[in-house]
Design a protein around this ligand. Sequence first.
Ligand SMILES: NC(=O)c1ccc[n+]([C@@H]2O[C@H](COP(=O)([O-])OP(=O)(O)OC[C@H]3O[C@@H](n4cnc5c(N)ncnc54)[C@H](OP(=O)(O)O)[C@@H]3O)[C@@H](O)[C@H]2O)c1
Length: 335
Amino acid sequence: MKAIVCDRWGEPEEVLQVREVPEPVPGRGEVRVRMIASPINPSDLLMVRGQYGRQPPLPATPGFEGVGIVESGSGLLARRVQGRRVAVLNSGSGNWKEYVVIPARQAVPVPKELSDEQAATFFVNPATALVLTRCILQVPTGAWLLQTAAGSTLGRMIIRLGQHFGFRTLNVVRRREQAEELLRLGGTAAVATNDEPLGERVAALTGGEGVYYAVDAVGGAMGSEVVRALGRGGRLIVYGTLAGEPLSVDPRTLMVGQKRIEGFWLSEWVRAQKPWTMLWLFRQIGKLMRDGILVSDISKSYALADIHAAVRQALQPGRQGKVLLRMSQSNEPEA
Ligand SMILES: NC(=O)c1ccc[n+]([C@@H]2O[C@H](COP(=O)([O-])OP(=O)(O)OC[C@H]3O[C@@H](n4cnc5c(N)ncnc54)[C@H](OP(=O)(O)O)[C@@H]3O)[C@@H](O)[C@H]2O)c1
């Protein structure tokens, strides 16, 4: 079968190759899945560059999520998902290949109404958006939530969650056109940092108090500005490092303002959860995807053989929507 493989960490276009590899065979408690599609997420590219929180051994195949059809497996759980279209949660062997083997509990049946494109992006961003806003920060109705990289796929989900659950979003992006677009999407306010200072805008919107809830995926100068924009007792969750640069924080601001900065990493959060919390999460995601809230814009799909064009497109600044790798067509049997 075909798989995307890297033998060393580095720039994705330089190190990713399409290769023929043996088809994997499931062991006890595992399923073999025929992959349909898998997105190129920022975390996949971080792993390829050798900068992810937990690196697999080399040679490695990227692809933390995706959608496929369970073809075979052994054990009770495997029998329950046999023949079903599932979200493929794969933090080990990578999904950018034609067939994968994963533990049966990581094959999550997806609602029939969802297209393959939406099902391919079922977990990483929807779970992060939902857990950050509803489980960790628990943003109250009417409160402001400030978010950076608000035009990202995940940022757009947070805007729709704000509309759905009644919190206000202050959306920070680089470009004016994107700020306007996010207001049309339903963001309560938007700041384009290329032509507007963030601090002044936050002060104007919050009557000088600052915000109490913030999430940052950028770091560097922008993340540091967010720390300054926090109000007394404010809480910032750092969940991405898009700028690749450190935060610069005056410790006095934290001390006097009683502010908190914390990190969030979905894979660590998942490890700490009980099975019923995960079942609740999968159900919530399915429902909120059907309602159009946790959906992803899709930019373009590529065959595995076109991996270099696909990563070029994924790394394009200002790109609208996710880039998918397409391995096969869905032909789920009728239930
Ligand atoms: N901690 C976790 O467990 C977890 C889980 C899921 C996702 N994430 C993180 O969430 C973030 C968003 O993911 P996604 O899949 O939604 O991303 P995406 O759809 O690929 O969008 C990336 C966005 O980041 C913006 N961006 C890139 N570099 C930037 C910079 N230096 N300064 C400001 N903005 C920048 C881009 O803005 P332009 O349009 O201006 O180019 C684009 O809007 C990523 O950092 C990802 O790693 C973390």
